[in-house]
Design a protein around this ligand. Structure first.
Ligand code: SF4
Length: 486
């Protein structure tokens, strides 16, 4: 029987008892470790923690730093949560009948007046430590797994045209494209035509909604070949740490420079609900990994690469998902893990997004990463209701849905709403750009960009002097920039 519901209710008490036990055991550790007492000791630890915390014996216990809630109970195994899928009632995206463990962790830290610790990046899980005693084996600090500091990042050349634009303070425009399943070349080109000249970079999602599509790596390479600058999304759901790193290296070799790191949607949402979820890393540890490769030229194994590929590493954030008050600290954690730009989930509720940005500015995060606010086109009240139902954290205000319901021309009203929201979010201090998610409405992109004046007389993707000369010849980046400049 598990009493795991008790620690989140009394985090102070359990933290004090745990701390005491841990201190005593650590003193005895050298005598027990490696002796015939280690196995029985580990069995007692396993049983006690299982009853009290529903512990999974990951071998690297972070309970005191997570409000006495075991993060390994998260169905995605996130060591750094929450994901963006937390439901409005605090329920888990994957198992809605249960509360999100990271919402409980936030509550536990808050009660202990240690909420700032929510921004700490916890190292990735090691499978060879599974089942070992965390009390007997102290974990060495992760060898500065991230990162180049934001200051170092500014000193180096921009890795991509998008980074060049943002560093020059130009209000950037990106948009998301759902990759096709198969490539019939002309169809793909027609699809791309909606984006050409309208946006600075195009996001290619990685199995969005846990559905199988053309890989984001292949789609990104195709985009480069067509003269568009991709933001390649990479999620942790379907690959272990070896495959993730291989794809980062492969993408860099193909000229991809913008990399967006995500945890990924739960498998159950998609068209292969029986498939095995991997989630060996989460978005924060994937950010660390990509930054380690790019800034230090090193793999997680420690192996040093012949050359460090230049990457502009970014993350996603859901500013309007629960727990609302933890979202800015969640962003702080991603910035600490290496995020240099952030694209947000839909932000239709501007006053709430403004409140989020106030916290972001208080923490100084807008100076350490570029924030692109996510917006979408609502073509009808039905489309809005669909987004509201299926996209956690979208939070479309009722007033917008009513406006669409009562409109005789919902598409026109949808365009008006989008233009108004664009005007409002652009005025918020700290917003560096906009990320447009035009689900099945990409054909309206050019009208939207033109009427909003988003490009303000400049060419999409124009970045000019921001890119060092040595990168202007020969690479995929150079080709992308030249074409988008034209
Ligand atoms: S909502 Fe996300 S972070 Fe929270 S427990 Fe569920 S899968 Fe984990």
């Amino acid at each position: 029987m598990s009493l795991a519901f008790l620690p989140p209710k009394f985090p102070r008490f359990f933290a004090a008892v745990y701390g005491l036990v841990e201190r005593i055991v650590r003193r005895l550790g050298p005598a027990i470790r490696g002796s015939h007492l280690e196995r029985p000791f580990t069995a007692v630890e396993r049983w006690t923690k299982a009853v009290l915390f529903d512990c999974r014996m990951c071998g690297d216990c972070v309970l005191p730093a997570t409000g006495m809630v075991c993060p390994m109970r998260c169905p995605k195994g996130m060591r750094n949560g929450p994901c963006g899928g937390v439901r409005t009632d605090g329920g888990c995206e994957v198992a809605p009948s249960r509360r999100c463990v990271w919402t409980e962790a936030w509550h536990g830290l808050k009660v202990q007046e240690r909420s700032r610790e929510f921004a700490v990046v916890h190292p990735a899980r090691r499978h060879d430590w599974q089942g070992r005693s965390a009390w007997l084996h102290t974990t060495p600090p992760e060898e500065d797994a991230a990162t180049s500091s934001p200051a170092e990042a500014v000193l180096r050349d921009p890795a991509s045209p998008l980074e060049g634009l943002l560093r020059r303070g130009v209000f950037a425009v990106t948009a998301e494209m759902t990759p096709p399943d198969v490539i019939v070349r002309d169809e793909f080109r027609q699809r791309l035509a909606h984006y050409r000249g309208c946006v600075d970079a195009v996001n290619v999602p990685d199995g969005p909604g846990a559905n199988c599509h053309l890989s984001s790596l292949a789609a990104a390479a195709l985009l480069i070949g067509e003269g568009l600058q991709p933001v390649m999304q990479l999620c942790c759901r379907d690959r272990n740490v070896i495959a993730l790193q291989a794809d980062i290296l492969g993408a860099a070799a193909l000229g991809v420079r913008n990399l967006l790191c995500l945890t990924g949607d739960g498998i159950g949402q998609g068209d292969h609900a029986w498939a095995r979820p991997v989630f060996e890393l989460d978005s924060a540890t994937l950010l660390q990994t990509a930054t380690m490769i790019s800034a230090q030229g090193r793999l997680r194994s420690g192996r040093v690469l012949a050359e460090a590929p230049p990457l502009f590493v970014g993350a996603t954030i859901s500013p309007l998902a629960e727990p609302l008050e933890a979202r800015a600290l969640n962003l702080a954690r991603k910035v600490a893990a290496g995020a240099r730009f952030v694209q947000t989930q839909y932000c239709f509720d501007v006053p709430r997004f403004e409140a989020f940005m106030r916290e972001v500015r208080d923490l100084g995060l807008h100076e350490r990463c570029h924030i692109l606010v996510g917006l979408g086109f609502l073509s009808s009240a039905r489309a809005a209701a669909w987004i509201q139902r299926h996209v956690a954290g979208a939070n479309i205000p009722d007033s917008l849905i009513r406006r669409l319901e009562h409109s005789s021309d919902p598409a026109k009203t949808g365009m008006d709403i989008c233009l108004e929201l664009l005007d409002q979010v652009r005025a918020i201090p700290g917003v560096a750009g906009v990320h447009l998610m035009m689900h099945r409405q990409a054909h309206r992109l050019s009208e939207l960009v033109e009427r909003s004046g988003l490009l303000a007389g400049r060419q999409a993707g124009a970045w000019g002097e921001a890119m060092p000369a040595r990168r202007k010849a020969g690479t995929g980046v150079a080709r992308s920039a030249q074409c988008s400049d034209s």
